[in-house]
Design a protein around this ligand. Sequence first.
Ligand code: MUC
Ligand code: MG
Length: 375
Amino acid sequence: MNVTELKIEKFESFLLDVPTIRPHILSMATMHSQTIVLLRITFSDGTVGLGEASTIGGLAYGDESPEGIKVSLDSYFAPLLLNQPYKSVGGTMLRINKNIVGNRFAKNAIEIALMDAMGHRLGVPVSELLGGRIVDHIPVLWVLASGDLSKDIAEAEEMIASRRHNVFKIKIGKRSVDQDVAHVAAIKQALGDAASIRVDVNQAWTRWQANRGSAMLADAGIDLIEQPLRHDDIEGMKQLVQQGRIAIMADESVQGPKIAFDMTTAYSADVYSIKIAQSGGLSEAARVASIVSISGAAPYGGTMLEPHIGTVASAQLFSTFPSLEWGTELFAPLLLKEQYVNETLDYVDFGLTVPNSPGLGISLDEDKVSYFSRK
Ligand code: MUC
Ligand code: MG
């Protein structure tokens, strides 16, 4: 079938709730489960594309919630897609962007599904639609967020021994700066040079707390601080970068190419977390990564704790980056107790093997989808 005769014939979205293996404690929310919007798009040539959207703690992290994303997809995105002549991923995303403002997480779910279907149609993995992969294996860190010191240390030691992870990010910002630094320093002391330790404050600090906290964390041998200040405090982030004590990463601030351009121009971070959801899709995330690299800062592979579909889509993109010196955090499938896809991801040698099958190479376990679907 000629690509120009293609149409999208079916658009299905599902809300799923999947429990986590343990409570995951962040400064703004404690997660006991992850809520996911699963998307399935079926084309007139029979190809199927899968997409996914998840947030963290409902509306605690950003301005889209899983429930809101599902309503937006069904009410506003589906009519733009169903039974329209389908030309390309780029043309479709342009039509969506002309008709729908914001809604970056929902747009990302759509673009993942369109890329997955295109990969199946052409018989290539999604990485080849994004410029071509450079590596087949990407480093993946683990997040220590149980809130309990001995549990965090035991968890990290087990990961190092099994060669699953040797880089750890610790979620802080819920307790006082002194308490948080003591917790993190104790973990660093227990693990020593066997591990790189970073922290994610998730916007919880004031400028004064960030000045004090960054000095103390640098002294404790911590390698990087992620989003210490509010997402819109670009000037405060810039001042921390200028102090040069410890690497500063922007995460919640990075809401697409324009803000990435403004922040990199102002030297407001050393490292930028590239998230396909926060960027508004795979193509926009690729643009963010290019802006970051051109500026001389470093891209890092971020996550919104999406399970397999979002994780593999992200991995496909990150495998095309010319350098990934700070690695990625694509660990979310390991944080969930169960999965609703048939394939198992290969976490080995402190990283993830990037799947090499057409599209995303993922198929749904229909029984599990129906089991986890919100009734
Ligand atoms: C974030 O802020 O980085 C990534 C890992 C994790 O535990 O939470 C996410 C979001
Ligand atoms: Mg973060």
